[in-house]
Design a protein. Structure first.
Length: 393
């Protein structure tokens, strides 16, 4: 199986047929040529010119392009491995980034070492760019730690499960470094669903008023679990920035070059004292929201297949091949590296300890509580019942 083929998913029902929920799924059409969309690389792998953003990738070399491709391929492999491990009972949950590799790698590689990143819980590609070991991302999803890495070592905050709250943290941090006179910027990641949260609106207000050096990077994958974007907004998400007094831009989220260029531009604005920017990376979540979700219940195969044709990895591969920037030897070596990464991730997760089942009762009340003590005792008896069964009693 090639690395690109991990994007494929067996269709469980055709578009327009009834789902298990008894509802009819319908395919939503996306514009084939959106004049608002910044694009430097078409789905067919053709390079297109852009007078405003070309300069931000003018110095990119064939080696750089191969590096971006490698980043996306290995991130996808890690993500697929984590999904499989969850299915095998090794992780409690997993939030896949399948289809969003270009948005994350392009924006992540645009950051400087001294910039600070505030992720949600799906930014596995950004974590890769910041030098966080992929295996460290899995401890939280296994339930054995609260993150597994030191945020200050990589200027990459711990994953945030509370939807949208990290945008306020990012804004406050950006206000702080501005007061310190630091020549750096902050980037906060969130999804289209989080854009409806009050925390996000509040962070827009504060960042605009205080001219904070922060980039709000919204990965619009078009589905907030089962809720489509059109149920949340009457205008494209990037246009919301206008109402708060700072610029917004929509970029092709499946185009790694465009994401790199636009994010570089936005970060330079922030570092130069020009305040916040909203970047809407228009992409698509090709898999489930998390491993507890079944996307066939609310969207059709026609839509998914249309977006698989815009696959960000295949797009860059076509460009590399057409430009003679990579040969079969490069792709073969990367495939071997991908297999090695998958093996390392599997071994690392299976070597992790099992979660402490009784940790859920700790830190509920500062001084303890009779009800919690009772629940702990009931849970202990429940756990003991499995030992009795295994012992033949």
């Amino acid at each position: 199986m090639t690395v690109e083929s991990t994007a494929a998913r067996k269709p469980r029902r055709s578009a327009g047929t009834k789902s298990t929920a008894g509802k009819t799924t319908t395919a939503r059409k996306s514009p084939s040529a959106d004049p608002e969309l910044v694009q430097l690389l078409t789905p067919e792998g053709k390079r297109v010119k852009n007078a405003e953003y070309d300069k931000y990738v003018a110095g990119i070399t064939p080696e750089d392009l191969r590096g971006l491709y490698r980043d996306m391929v290995l991130t996808r492999r890690f993500d697929a491995e984590a999904t499989s491990l969850q299915r095998q009972g090794e992780l409690g949950l997993w939030a896949s980034l399948l289809g969003q590799e270009a948005a994350q790698i392009g924006s992540g590689r645009a950051t400087r070492e001294d910039d600070y990143v505030f992720p949600t819980y799906r930014e596995h590609g950004v974590a890769w760019c910041r030098g966080v070991d992929p295996t460290n991302l899995l401890g939280m999803f296994r339930g054995v730690n609260n993150g597994g890495w030191d945020p200050n070592s990589n200027n990459f905050q711990l994953y945030t499960i509370v939807i949208g709250s990290q945008t306020l943290h990012a804004t406050g941090y950006a206000m702080g470094i501005a007061k310190d006179g630091a020549d750096s910027a902050v980037i906060a990641y969130f999804g289209d669903g989080a854009s409806s949260q009050g925390d996000v609106a509040e962070s827009f207000t504060f960042s605009a008023v205080y001219n904070a050096p922060v980039v709000f990077f919204c990965q619009n994958n078009q589905w907030a679990i089962s809720e489509p974007t059109e149920k949340q907004t009457r205008v494209p998400l990037y246009q919301r920035a206008q109402g708060f007094g700072f610029p917004g831009v929509r970029v092709d989220g499946n185009d790694v070059l465009a994401c790199l260029a636009v994010t570089k531009w936005a970060l330079e604005r922030a570092r130069g004292g020009e305040g916040p920017t909203l970047v809407e990376a228009y992409t698509y979540r090709m898999g489930a929201h998390t491993t507890s979700d079944d996307p066939t219940r609310y969207r059709g195969d026609e839509e998914r297949l249309a977006w698989e044709a815009k696959d960000p990895i295949l797009r860059l591969r076509r460009y590399l091949e057409a430009s003679n920037h990579a040969d079969e030897g490069f792709f073969a070596e990367l495939e071997a590296e991908s297999e090695a990464l998958g093996k390392r991730v599997r071994e690392a997760v299976r070597a992790m300890p099992d979660p402490d089942h009784f940790a859920i009762f700790e830190n509920v009340y500062a001084d303890g509580h009779a009800l919690v003590d009772e629940e702990r005792a009931q849970f202990a008896a429940y756990q003991a019942s499995f030992a009795d069964v295994e012992g033949g009693h």
